[in-house]
Design a protein around this ligand. Structure first.
Ligand code: GLN
Length: 542
């Protein structure tokens, strides 16, 4: 029997509902249960794929090629369960499906309405593809009271009647602000937010209360009384230094116990939290530090590179060090020699990105890394920039660039309009729709014997996730190889370069895919573990 846990948020946004859901998922999993996590986002975009990272943060890509909310990244990092297309939905997706059905005539002349048609579609999404799981955790995006969120709350309200109280639990995440002049944590915003929820028919079972200091007993009792929950269901969620402490702290506060009790489960095995203790020990007591510069574009918003940040932390966990990250806007290096800021760093990473702005700065950073033997990790656009740099400065291809931009004479990186996926050919038109039309999701890649990539992964064939429209043009492979660039990872049909490296360098690797999406704290991605290891070696040289 699959049980459902609905996680809503109140008071303010950005309280970390995604992390809270992920951590609760990890705790249930640590007790031997099978869990899935999914996200219901009330905004009208069909998916976040076309949104600016400044609007939305990172777009997280699943194996099956869905462009999703970054919370799916937290879910995967905390539980190791690969997220799927069926784990993410938005109002835009629901409506576009409903309108397509209406146009086909599927409603047989009926009036199409929010209740029941939209709410039914939301319920179908929640219930679909859940077989074999003990718990499905559904996070509702936004904050209670948002206009867009109402159909979602109505749908999960109905689900308690449809499934029964023994299969549904509502967790509400709120904030207890500390008011210095009163010297108190305030419960009123929580009371109001629960009142709002109850007015639409949802009585939360558990309150998860974010706070920056412990909640006194009196305040707990007050919340239980006014919000109509049991005393032990008011769970304190204190701020922590590392997100990986969250499962341990929640367990100490009794969250998983309360959830199981609310479902009426009495015989649950105790959780095995040893891996979380080990991760937290490594993160909080590192044996050293390395300086890594990230030369990117959306450096003003850390969420834009969420998975990258986490994957570097995981690389640090693997090497028992803390990567100190310096986020640099690539545009600086279009007017300033990168040497001043990058000479002393232990590693340079150029992440993925879109558009021309800052690309010459990224190329300058790649050149410096190559010439000065500083470990370099290029991801997606970061790989393309490294190849353009090598084409210009090693192979002497004047005007080498990408057809994504305007300033090129020779498109060493060009748009792909046709490629192989399994046995099928995928085709795209130049100038076609922007949404969902990139090379998206998991593709296999063969690693050439004797290369660094092969040694790092320790296997012949890997599968990694993609999200890009442009590719290294295979026609320049020979010319670049003659000048020392090795194409160490290729698509199985050998038409798409997936990894390049420079053997005559301490660590210079570019990958066309996004390895950061698959890294986990308990299974750091081999490329990140190896890159941080190279940075550790570099730090000993300086
Ligand atoms: N803009 C490049 C492309 O579309 C790189 C994309 C990325 O870095 N994710 O190919």
């Amino acid at each position: 029997m699959t049980r459902f846990i609905f996680v809503t948020g109140g008071v303010v946004s950005s309280l970390g509902k995604g992390l809270a859901s992920a951590a609760l998922g990890a705790l249930l999993q640590a007790r031997g249960y099978k869990v899935r996590l999914r996200k219901l986002d009330p905004y009208l975009n069909v998916d976040p794929g076309t949104m600016s990272p400044y609007q939305h943060g990172e777009v997280y890509v699943t194996d099956d090629g869905a462009e999703t909310d970054l919370d799916l990244g937290h879910y995967e990092r905390f539980t190791g369960v690969p997220a799927r297309q069926s784990d993410s939905v938005t109002t835009g997706r629901i409506y576009s499906d409903i309108i397509a059905s209406e146009r086909r005539g599927d409603y047989l002349g009926g009036t199409v309405q929010v209740i029941p048609h939209v709410t039914d579609a939301i319920k179908q999404f929640v219930l679909k593809d859940t077989e074999g799981n003990d718990f499905v955790l559904c996070e509702i995006g936004g904050t209670v009271g948002d206009i867009e969120g109402q159909p979602f709350l109505e749908a999960i309200r109905q689900l308690r009647n449809d499934l029964g109280a023994e299969r549904t639990v509502y967790v509400h995440l709120t904030l207890l602000p500390y008011i210095p002049s009163a010297g108190e944590l305030k419960t009123k915003p929580t009371q109001h937010s629960v009142k709002e929820l109850r007015s639409i028919g949802i009585q939360p079972d558990i309150l998860l209360c974010r706070c920056d200091r412990p909640i006194p007993e009196g305040e707990r009792r007050k919340m239980a009384l006014f919000c109509n929950v049991r005393g032990d269901a008011v769970i304190q969620a204190l701020d922590v230094k590392s997100i990986y402490e969250v499962p341990l702290r929640y367990h100490e506060e009794g969250l998983d116990d309360v959830v199981l009790r609310t479902f009426g489960i009495k015989d649950a095995p105790p959780p095995d939290l040893s891996k979380w203790h080990e991760i937290v020990a490594r993160v909080t007591a590192p044996e050293g530090r390395v300086n890594i510069a990230i030369v990117g574009k959306y450096t003003g918003l850390k969420d834009a590179y969420k998975s990258l940040h986490e994957a570097l932390t995981h690389g640090g966990i693997a090497n028992r060090v803390t990567p100190e990250l310096q986020w640099l806007d690539a545009e600086i290096f279009e007017s300033e020699d990168p040497i001043h800021r990058l000479e002393g760093v232990d590693g340079i990473l150029v992440p993925g990105g879109f558009g021309e702005r800052g690309t010459e700065g990224k190329i300058a950073a790649a050149k410096l890394a190559r010439e000065r033997n500083i470990p370099y990790f290029g991801i997606c656009l970061g790989m393309q920039m490294a190849v353009i740099e090598a084409a210009r400065n090693l192979a002497g291809i004047e005007g080498a660039g990408s057809s994504e931009f305007t300033n090129y004479k020779v498109a060493v990186v060009g748009m792909m309009t046709e490629w192989q996926r399994g046995n099928q050919v995928e085709r795209r038109e130049r100038g076609g729709n922007l949404g969902g039309t990139m090379r998206l999701g998991e593709y296999p890649c063969d690693l050439l014997p004797g290369t660094k990539a092969r040694a790092i992964y320790g296997m012949e064939r890997i599968n990694e996730r993609h999200r890009h429209r442009y590719e290294i043009n295979i026609n320049y492979k020979k010319q670049l190889e003659d000048k020392g660039l090795v194409f160490s990872g290729m698509s199985p049909d050998r038409s798409l370069p997936e990894i390049v490296e420079i053997p005559d360098h301490p660590w210079f690797v570019g990958v066309q895919f996004h390895p950061e999406l698959k890294s986990k704290p308990f299974a750091p991605h081999p490329l990140f573990a190896s890159f941080v290891e190279a940075a550790v070696k570099q730090s000993r040289l300086v």
